[in-house]
Design a protein around this ligand. Structure first.
Ligand SMILES: [Zn+2]
Length: 218
């Protein structure tokens, strides 16, 4: 065929991928519509939970070949994450650790260094929602455990390595939270740390919370 006779409209064949094709347009649209149907049925979700893979999980590190780290083994990380995610869902659905379970919706994403994490919305029975300070305190609080209840210091170490923000501010101006979008350069933490200790949970007018942060657990 000469080049001037070439008509792009006559090449190829249009194929519409069915909703059973994972990741396709119709597949994603169906997931979205299912999610909206769940909200119509049960109302707004009660909890937003994030769950992240930890490259130091024993199940992962035990299987490394000499010299490997988690970035070398996305296969392992994905499998271990999936098993732990299923376990967490079981705790929520069967053991009902947050209250009477009605439904859930989640997505799994991969972060920069290949660690999967889940964003999970949980729908609970209306009477089990977390709307008051007392109810919230049953599941959320921050602080380092008393050495008496954590004699080996294992829990202490986990909290310090996974749950503590910073150091940032003057102690570390290169912390990611110090990158400022406005002019004038980085001057303060974008997450507003350090924060004051808080002895009581307060539900603020805008719906945001001030959680309990103990100076010392008693
Ligand atoms: Zn910070």
């Amino acid at each position: 065929m000469r080049q001037e006779d070439f008509n792009p409209e006559q090449t190829g064949k249009r194929i519409i991928l069915s909703r059973s094709y994972t990741g396709g347009d119709r597949f994603m649209l169906q997931l979205f519509q299912d999610s909206m149907a769940i909200v119509r049925q049960f109302g707004r979700p009660s909890l937003f939970v994030t769950f992240t893979a930890n490259p130091k999980w024993e199940e992962i590190t035990a299987e490394f070949l000499p010299g490997q780290t988690a970035v070398d083994r996305p296969d392992l990380v994905a499998r271990v994450f999936h098993l732990k995610q299923q376990l967490l869902l079981q705790e929520i659905k069967r053991k009902q650790i947050f209250g009477r379970y009605l439904g859930s919706v989640w997505t799994i994403e991969y972060q920069k260094r290949g660690l999967p994490h889940m964003h999970l919305l949980i729908f609970l029975h209306p009477d089990d929602r977390f709307l008051t300070a007392e109810r919230i305190d049953e599941i959320v609080y921050a602080g380092l455990p008393d050495p008496a209840t954590d004699p080996t210091g294992e829990l202490n170490a986990i909290i310090k390595s996974c749950m503590v923000h910073g150091p940032c501010g003057e102690a570390n101006m290169r912390s990611p939270c110090m990158a400022s979008k406005e002019n004038g350069g980085p001057t303060s933490c974008s997450k507003r740390y350090p924060k004051a200790y808080q002895s009581e949970t307060v539900v603020q007018e805008d719906g945001y919370l001030k959680f309990v942060v103990w100076e010392k657990m008693t």
